[in-house]
Design a protein around this ligand. Structure first.
Ligand SMILES: Cc1cc2nc3c(=O)[nH]c(=O)nc-3n(C[C@H](O)[C@H](O)[C@H](O)COP(=O)(O)OP(=O)(O)OC[C@H]3O[C@@H](n4cnc5c(N)ncnc54)[C@H](O)[C@@H]3O)c2cc1C
Length: 559
């Protein structure tokens, strides 16, 4: 070898600095449905076994590398507002990345915004919740307008004349994102505008005023003057809005365009700069005499819009459970590939404890969510209706509140690379607090649980009947439920103690569901850790007898 040849070889050798070993891989091209054992069982158990084939196909789509990339793109390219066109005309148009539109289109074509209304029956809400849970694992932000469109229907039905006009296009499986009047579209999306600067939880503080144009009352036209400080998905075709009339706070349907084809003056001032939920536009608006039709009875706006809020709260349970599943799947996948100190991470005893604990949390959340989905399918049954009324607030509070710590702990399973922006965790983590805050923040949910129990004592009986289905299965659960009954006999300082009560109720109902339906190794580890053990402290504190290997295998996203 002559000198130049030797130098060239040495350079090549120096460039080849190291072999990349002991690293994980992308978790793609799995089936998000069939690889989620607790989901497959839950869907069948709660009445939607008929949707198995559809969900299998949807699971393959949502787990594919190409489809998962849409979630990345929709968040790396946030929406942008154009208040005016280049000639100076007011347009209030938000531009989204094509990936966002693809996600919206898929959601609508699969009926995630409407299927229980167009095809009601056994398992309708369960099947829709399962589809939504899969789609949210790809991307959460677009779920906001999908949920609001879905949730608007029960409120709208309080005024049949308006429902007859609007519902067919709201429930149609056609996505049309054009900025044109609703009359020109075959499918419509609906938003919700309640929150004002001076009050979000306490909407009675709303100052936006509604002035009748002619006749007054349900279905009649008004003009609204005021502002709304949070209006998500401002490209929706119409919004359910709260405003004051002489008789008090009332609910209205406000279209983005007037029937004469002119722009309805709900003007978008700016988009919020959010830490999470980035693909979804959330705006600040002013209403400058915007046309709207009254929905429900005058002065009963909260009662009318609460029909919508009940559904959006349920979807917060679905969404946060999906967030937990997405984080868990990443953690399980990574820890099955990475070794440290001579063993694959999921064989290190302490990591097993953490992973199994995260899996128990997710399975408890899923069991509760699917149970409420079934209750939604059977609201004509008093017991199921009472569960919806009480346990939706319990579940919304508990599952959404447990999710940020779950996301963070799953991120830590990845180690340093989990913190990097090119990992899925920054998005999962930033998304994780949102569901807890909107649609009634934590305290508001707990106070709502108290209100439901005071107003309709039968909901308390329904709760005990439901958890009573697991009586005798687990001694810790029996003691825990008895403790709740004792708490309820003492009405003193009820508001002050409400979180303590609702925490315990959530654990009781999750424990009871798992005792009835999950494998013993899941149910007993859940009850041992959460009802009497240290599970309320950090993840990874399961008791010695927990079968972590079995729990981890059951939750695996690739088996
Ligand atoms: C990303 C995002 C998008 C949103 N999109 C929309 C939208 O499209 N439409 C819309 O109408 N709103 C929207 N909101 C607003 C959201 O619903 C409100 O932020 C929420 O209802 C809380 O209202 P607030 O911000 O005024 O807080 P406040 O009402 O001031 O509450 C602050 C805190 O006080 C607590 N609190 C309130 N009352 C009590 C009490 N009696 N006892 C104890 N604690 C109490 C609350 O739980 C909360 O923790 C959005 C919010 C976010 C973050």
């Amino acid at each position: 070898m002559n000198a130049p040849e030797r130098i060239a070889k040495d350079r090549l050798f120096l460039a080849d600095t190291h072999e990349v070993i002991n690293v994980s891989s992308e978790l793609t091209d799995t089936n998000l449905y069939t690889h989620d054992m607790a989901l497959v069982e839950g869907v069948r158990r709660e009445g939607a076994g008929w949707a198995h084939d559809k969900l299998t196909a949807f699971g393959a789509l949502t787990g594919s590398a190409e489809y998962l990339e849409l979630g990345v793109q929709a968040n790396q390219n946030p929406p942008e507002l154009d208040t005016h066109d280049r000639f100076g005309r007011r347009i209030d148009r938000v531009r989204f990345h094509p990936a966002y539109h693809t996600l919206m289109r898929t959601a609508i074509e699969h009926g995630l915004h409407s299927s229980p209304w167009t095809d009601p029956g056994t398992g309708a809400h369960v099947a829709r919740a399962a589809h939504t849970y899969l789609h949210t694992q790809v991307e959460a932000g677009h779920g906001c307008p999908i949920t609001m469109t879905f949730a608007a229907v029960p409120s709208l039905r309080t005024t049949p004349a308006l429902a007859a006009l609007w519902e067919p296009k709201i429930t149609a499986r056609t996505y049309d994102p054009r900025n044109v009047p609703d009359a020109q579209k075959a499918g419509l999306t609906i938003g919700m505008a309640m929150t004002e600067k001076q009050g979000g939880s306490d909407v009675r503080a709303n100052t936006t005023r509604a002035f009748p144009i002619g006749a007054e009352g349900p279905g009649q036209a008004y003009e609204l003057v005021g502002h709304k400080y949070f209006v998500s998905a401002p490209m929706c075709d119409a919004f359910l809005v709260l405003a004051q009339t002489e008789a008090g706070l009332s609910c209205f349907l406000l279209p983005r365009w007037r029937p004469d084809g002119s722009k309805n003056p709900m003007q978008v001032l700016r988009l919020k700069r959010k830490m999470g939920n980035v693909s979804n536009a959330s705006s600040e608006t002013e209403l400058r005499g915007a046309l709207a039709w009254m929905v429900g009875e005058e002065g009963r706006g909260v009662r009318t819009i609460i029909e919508m809020v009940a559904m959006t709260r349920f979807d917060c349970m679905v969404g946060s459970t999906a967030g937990q599943r997405a984080a868990l799947a990443q953690a399980l996948h990574h820890c099955g590939q990475r070794s440290a100190f001579g063993r694959v991470l999921n064989q290190q005893p302490l990591m097993r404890n953490v992973l199994a604990d995260l899996a128990l949390e997710t399975e408890g959340a899923l069991a509760l969510t699917l149970r409420i989905a079934r209750a939604l399918d059977h609201r004509d049954d008093a017991h199921e209706d009472h569960l919806v009324r009480l346990v939706t607030a319990v579940g919304k509070y508990w599952i959404c509140k447990r999710t940020p710590h779950h996301a963070y702990e799953a991120m830590e399973c990845i180690g340093g690379s989990g913190v990097m922006e090119d990992s899925p965790f920054p998005r999962l983590f930033r998304e994780s607090p949102v569901n807890a805050i909107w649609e009634g923040s934590g305290n508001v949910q707990c106070l709502d649980v108290l209100r439901a129990m005071q107003k309709t004592p039968a909901v308390v009986e329904a709760f005990f009947a439901e958890v009573g289905k697991a009586r005798g299965a687990n001694a810790a659960l029996d003691r825990h439920v008895a403790g709740i009954a004792t708490m309820l006999r003492d009405p003193g300082d009820a508001e002050y103690r409400a979180r303590d009560l609702v925490d315990r109720m959530a654990l009781a109902i999750q424990g009871a569901l798992l005792q009835q339906h999950a494998p013993t190794f899941v149910a007993d580890a859940f009850c041992a850790s959460r009802l009497e053990g240290a599970g309320h402290r950090n993840y990874g504190t399961l008791p010695r007898e927990a079968d972590c290997v079995a729990i981890i295998r059951r939750a695996s996203p690739t088996l």
